[in-house]
Design a protein around this ligand. Structure first.
Ligand code: PLP
Ligand code: TYF
Length: 394
């Protein structure tokens, strides 16, 4: 049996992590995998997470199973964080999942279970795990244009032109904020137009929100997701706590399905619990419990928000510094888009050859499509990167 197996193509982002580790050069700069790092290059455990873990350690009296959907308190706290009061809670089915990836997977399985024929539309480009999981499940998939490689902003005309062809019941995968891998995001007016298109066509939004609080702020980053939830009868939301709570390895995520009314919500809830049971029974609890402890406690929540805000402000500052440094070196404003992008990532717009050149000559590691993790920089490395970009002729 096992002799039938063929080697699988490696995840390019994860392969880059290993290449970076294997590089002996002391000056190397890691702008690869999407993990937040502070100025010292450390991915810290957030203060509120440590405090919540201490509390849980002291007070937890059992490790017995939770429920197939996870702890309802987690779903409720996360629903409020993401959706605020944009939709009646009675319409929202939810299950805890192993990370945002687990939520994406369960959302796709829910879609397949409801209607095998419907197509999911993904942005070109998107996070590589989207098409990978979609193809693995055999869900029909189409792409819509998203990135304008000239301006390095959103190709909104192209996006709307491609989405003209969506059919009623198709799903449209949208990044809630901080688009991965480009860093280019929809404006409020563009979100309004997307809502109008979905309303008109009867297509269903599938929002992947993995960076709430990393872009313009916790509330601001929820704008598009909340708008869709407030206007449309149905919606799928896959949320990750990995980044904004820094609990990557705990595998903490939530899948929400918004139904038109309470009866179909009950069926969606039962189906989501069923799907969890088919795949892994009970979802992981520790990260979810930490997140719930923080969100439900005024003091921990305030401290978490303050630290998250520092993280966000730090990345914005690095963006401005890099854009300024490139303006000086190139005597042009062609890299100003780096300051306009939001979240951890910016797609630089370098060719694959230039990406390799920057890695080989300057020990700068970015993903092959020239996605840079801005959090991999600090004040000292910004000028080094700017020199390398200018020298490579990007
Ligand atoms: N969706 C997007 C767009 C992401 O960038 C990520 C990456 O971390 C995830 C989902 C899911 O992350 P995780 O499964 O680690 O929670
Ligand atoms: O895009 C990223 O870098 C993050 C982390 O298979 C990640 O989303 C990368 C690859 C992967 C899972 C997570």
């Amino acid at each position: 049996m096992l002799t039938n197996l063929k080697p699988q193509p490696a995840d390019k982002i994860l392969a880059l992590v290993q290449m970076y580790k294997d590089d002996p050069r002391e000056t190397k700069i890691d702008l690869g995998v999407g993990v937040y790092k502070n100025a010292e290059g450390v991915t810290p455990v957030m203060r509120a997470v440590k405090a919540a873990e201490r509390r849980i350690l002291e007070s937890q009296e059992t490790k017995a199973y939770t429920s197939l959907a996870g702890d309802p308190a987690f779903s409720s706290a996360m629903r409020k964080l993401i959706l605020a009061d944009s939709v009646d809670a009675g319409r929202v089915a939810a299950v805890a999942t192993p990370g945002g990836t687990g939520a994406v997977r369960q959302g796709l399985e829910l879609m397949q279970y409801a209607d095998r024929a419907s197509t999911i539309w993904i942005s070109n480009p998107t996070w590589p795990n989207h098409p990978s999981i979609i193809k693995y499940l055999g869900v029909p998939m189409r792409e819509y244009r998203y990135f304008d490689s000239e301006t390095r902003g959103v190709d909104f005309a192209g996006m709307m032109d491609d989405l003209k062809d969506v059919k009623s019941g198709d799903l449209v995968l949208l990044h809630g904020c901080c688009h991965n891998p480009t860093g280019a995001n929809l404006t409020a007016e563009q979100w309004d137009a997307v809502v109008e298109l979905l309303e008109r066509t009867g297509a269903v939004p599938f929002v992947d929100i993995a960076y709430q609080g990393f872009g313009d702020g916790l509330e601001e980053d929820g704008y598009g997701t909340r708008l869709l939830a407030s206007k449309l009868p149905e919606m799928i939301i896959a949320a990750s706590c990995s980044k904004n709570f820094g609990v990557y390895r705990e595998r903490t995520g939530l899948l929400m399905a918004i139904a038109p009314e309470e009866k179909s919500k009950a069926s969606a809830q039962a189906t989501l619990a069923f799907l969890n049971r088919q795949n892994y029974s009970f979802p992981p609890d520790h990260g979810a419990r930490v997140v719930t402890t923080i969100l439900d406690d005024a003091e921990l929540r305030a401290d978490w928000q303050a630290e998250l805000e520092d993280v966000r402000a730090g990345m914005l500052k690095l963006r401005t510094q890099l854009a300024d440094a490139l303006r000086q070196r190139t005597n042009s404003d062609q890299f100003d888009f780096i300051a306009d992008h939001r979240g951890m990532f910016s797609r630089l717009g370098a060719t694959p050859e230039q990406v390799v050149e920057m890695r080989e000559k300057f020990a700068i590691y970015m993903v092959g499509d020239s996605r840079m993790n801005i959090a991999g920089l600090n004040e000292a490395t910004v000028p080094i990167l700017a020199d390398a970009i200018a020298a490579t002729g990007v």
